[in-house]
Ligand binder design. Structure first.
Ligand SMILES: C[S@@+](CC[C@H](N)C(=O)[O-])C[C@H]1O[C@@H](n2cnc3c(N)ncnc32)[C@H](O)[C@@H]1O
Length: 314
């Protein structure tokens, strides 16, 4: 399985393939040579999973906590270790998986598997994070250098849908963080509101992200904007929201689906043109990553808004 391609913006095109071969803790993407989860088998059903929506396998097969109990009985070690992105973890078991610490133990959000481990006598529950269902997870497994979303972050998430990725962002930022989740589809919005009922750090905002002034009363300044609206004018949408809510020196992550923007141009040409649009809006791209093998012709661009002078930047 090839890891996603990544390059520093401006270093010329897509850059070489990187990441994927080392452990996620302390190094780039992937899980290391022990990895058996998230194989390039693609989006097919996980083996024996209890929920048909868990596409592509959650990386942990069959029976979540019960299976882990069996594994412990058989003496096979299961453990969770921190990923180099704070608030993200790697589950090491029969199949390794990207996981986040469940803010609401006992509850899955979208049918994802939960795994329990005992750490220092304390029972901790983690939720598996499927890169076939979340571009942020795909970017992390692809070896993105920075996600800027960490415990206590204030995040504005544009294109929240039913809250699949938002729920993992909620786990990462924890009870002292906040994620404002903007979604204009009523149907998806209903699910999102239900997710937010159990997760106090999610503020659902059922509005069109093209009109930030309509929801400015609900939202404070944020550290990070994450955008996944899959719209042709996505860069403009991000810029409007950044000018309204993103602090100077804050960061943005934008997922670009090439054929949503221009189905006649090559994906690389579309990514380059989006990068130029961002630059014109004081959004300085710093990193670009393609999301293969999880998504075709998608890229994530990560950057900084109105960078602070070197001495005052964090
Ligand atoms: C690709 S899906 C997002 C998936 C989601 N980020 C996840 O990982 O779970 C794009 C979502 O953006 C929403 N969307 C598109 N344009 C929007 C807009 N102008 N304002 C708010 N939401 C929008 C769509 O309704 C859709 O739910």
């Amino acid at each position: 399985m090839k890891p996603a391609g990544s390059s520093r913006v401006g270093a010329g095109g897509r850059g070489g393939w990187k990441g994927g071969s080392d452990s996620g803790s302390g190094t780039k993407g992937g899980f290391g040579s022990r990895t058996r989860g998230f194989s390039s088998g693609g989006r097919g059903r996980g083996h024996g999973g209890s929920d048909s929506r868990d596409r592509g396998g959650g990386g942990v097969r069959r029976g979540g906590a019960a299976k882990n109990k069996n594994r412990r009985r058989k003496g096979i070690a299961v453990s969770v270790e921190p990923h180099r992105h704070e608030g993200v973890f790697i589950y090491r078991g029969a199949e390794d998986a990207l996981v986040t610490l469940n803010m609401v133990p006992g509850i899955s959000v979208y049918g994802e598997k939960r795994v329990t481990v005992i750490e220092n006598g304390e029972k901790l529950e983690y939720r598996t994070w499927n890169p076939f269902r979340s571009k942020l997870a795909a970017a992390i497994l692809g070896g993105v250098d920075h996600i800027h979303i960490k415990p206590k972050s204030k995040v504005l998430y544009l294109g929240a849908a039913s809250g699949t990725t938002v729920s993992h962002v909620s786990d990462i930022i924890g009870p002292d963080g906040l994620v404002y989740a903007v979604e204009f589809s009523h149907r998806a919005g209903r699910d999102l509101v239900n997710v937010a009922k159990k997760r106090t750090n999610i503020i659902p905002v059922l509005e069109d992200a093209r009109h930030p002034l309509k929801y400015r009363m609900l939202i404070g300044m944020v550290d990070v904007i994450f955008a996944d609206v899959a719209q042709p004018d996505q860069s403009r949408i991000v810029a409007l929201n950044a000018h309204t809510f993103l602090r100077n020196g804050g960061h943005f992550l934008i997922s670009i689906k090439a054929n949503c923007i221009d189905s006649t141009a090559s994906a690389e040409a579309v990514f380059a043109s989006e990068v130029r649009k961002l630059q014109q809006e004081n959004l300085k791209p710093q990193e670009q990553l393609t999301l293969e093998p999880y998504e075709r012709d998608h890229a994530v661009v990560v950057g900084v808004y109105r960078p602070l002078p070197k001495s005052s930047s964090k």
